[in-house]
Write a new protein. Structure first.
Ligand code: 2IT
Length: 445
């Protein structure tokens, strides 16, 4: 395999799909050497097959807004790779959603899910629908219209969607309600459900908690004390909230969170139940701004239009959206002496930022390893639904912890080069080998 040749062909086939091409290139570069040690992969066209989704559904989502006006959005479900289990992955509602972004997310999800040790294939879906400023009734009608089209292509052993940006417990509830009505079955076809109808304990916390378990393992590996370290987080949604909660519990001090409007710096730490709960209030307001935090807690400051990466901290955790940390930010972090960067968002860093971290042998781990706790907990929800039981907080947390440790171990096993662990390489190789193995065993399909 020659990465450049493959990329040239893919760019010609899918022009302008920049995020998808970025994600594919990153994985191919990591796996090039191992791949070339397996001539049977080349013979079976593994690369040519693994970079293309199994199938894609695209559909119109018409709905009526509160003023009686007809609105039309586009809906998608990208079933990327079903080699190791039923398709699994979130639904994103955000104006930036395009086929390219969902293809990148589905591709990443395939390897992430492989890392979780659970049998789940990769998928992603969503719409360019913008929930910001929409009423509860509008959100419900949109979710229902989305599922009216999607429902025939999903099922507990076929494809199991969940939440992502713009889709939380409320939206999953509405989508599940319509699914159940159309399919006439109450099964685990969605994860991230409410606790009263088959949801798993800890699912809302799992992405952020899992990320911090992973960060803890990175620290242990390098004999760094997490306790007492300062942390900058981007975002203020569900994932950021889980990360802030667990970071605080583990003795670190989170001093920054952010929104599309700018960032908050709170020197005292975002570390009291009141402050952490306020993040949820901000999110539930539906306004997509963090500025009100500074009004509520006057010792903190709001920096409009800025990113939190300019803060002098020990640890940086991008928790918002893809490509939110660029090369310039990476250089600022290094200059400020940051010791660890862990992507909690999917592909949170641009390619040149990732290259910069690795060339400078900085401690860096990619989203598909760090944030896998979310989908892992979804996998546990599927198991509980299939068994018609529900596990306690302690049981789920124990699994989550074990899975994150296991992912860390896989990264180290495939990414260690003398003293330095290249977590990007480790995660990509471990995830790829599992999926490739399964594809080899199942013939050319
Ligand atoms: O990016 C992700 O892993 C998610 N949005 C969670 C997917 C899931 O199926 O729980």
């Amino acid at each position: 395999m020659k990465v450049n040749d493959i990329m040239t062909r893919l760019e010609a086939k899918h022009p302008g799909e920049s995020e998808y091409l970025q994600a594919v290139r990153e994985v191919l570069i990591s796996i090039e050497d191992v791949y070339n040690q397996h001539p049977e992969f080349e013979k079976a066209g593994i690369i040519e097959r693994i970079v293309e989704p199994d199938r894609i559904f695209t559909f119109r989502v018409p709905w009526v807004d509160d003023n009686g006006k007809v609105q039309v959005n586009i809906g998608y479900r990208v079933q990327f790779n079903g080699a190791i289990g039923p398709y699994k992955g979130g639904i994103r509602f955000h104006p930036s959603v395009t086929l390219s972004s969902l293809k990148f997310l589905g591709f990443e999800q395939t390897f992430k899910n492989a890392l979780t040790t659970l049998p789940m294939g990769g998928a992603k879906g969503g719409s360019d629908f913008a929930p910001k400023g929409r009423s509860q009734a509008e959100i419900m009608r949109f979710c229902q219209a989305f599922v009216v089209e999607l429902w025939r292509n999903i099922g507990p052993d076929t494809d199991v969607p969940a939440g992502d940006i713009g889709v939380g417990g409320r939206e999953v509830g509405y989508m599940f309600g319509m699914y159940k009505k159309l399919a006439r079955e109450h099964t685990g076809t969605f994860t991230g459900k409410g606790l009263t109808f088959g949801g798993s304990r800890l699912r809302p916390e799992a992405t952020g908690f899992g990320a911090l378990y992973f960060v803890q393992k990175m620290c242990d590996e390098y004999h760094i004390m997490l306790r007492g370290k300062t942390v900058a987080v981007s975002g203020f949604g569900n994932v950021a909230w889980g990360a802030v909660t667990k970071a605080t519990e583990l003795g670190a001090k989170v001093v920054a969170i952010s929104g599309p409007d700018g960032y908050i710096y709170d020197e005292d730490g975002i570390n009291t139940p009141e402050k952490i709960a306020f993040m949820l209030e901000l999110r539930n307001s539906g306004n997509d701004v963090v500025a009100p935090y500074a009004d509520k807690f006057p010792r903190s400051r709001f920096f409009p239009g800025k990113k939190p990466w300019e803060c002098k901290v020990d640890i940086a955790l991008p928790c918002a959206i893809q490509n939110e940390l660029n090369l310039e930010d990476a250089k600022t972090l290094k200059k400020n002496g940051v010791i660890l960067v862990a992507e909690v968002s999917n592909m949170g860093c641009t390619s040149d930022a990732v290259d910069f971290f690795i060339e400078n042998e900085m401690l860096f781990a990619p989203g598909k390893a760090v944030n896998a706790g979310g989908v892992a907990c979804s996998g546990l929800e599927m198991t509980q639904n299939a068994m018609h039981i529900s596990w306690s907080n302690e049981e789920v947390d124990k699994w989550l912890h074990q899975i994150m440790n296991d992912i860390h171990e896989q990264c180290v096993a495939h990414g260690r080069n003398d003293e330095y662990i290249n977590y990007v390489k480790g995660a990509n190789i471990a995830g790829f080998m599992k999926v490739a193995d399964a594809m080899m065993a199942q013939g050319i399909v």
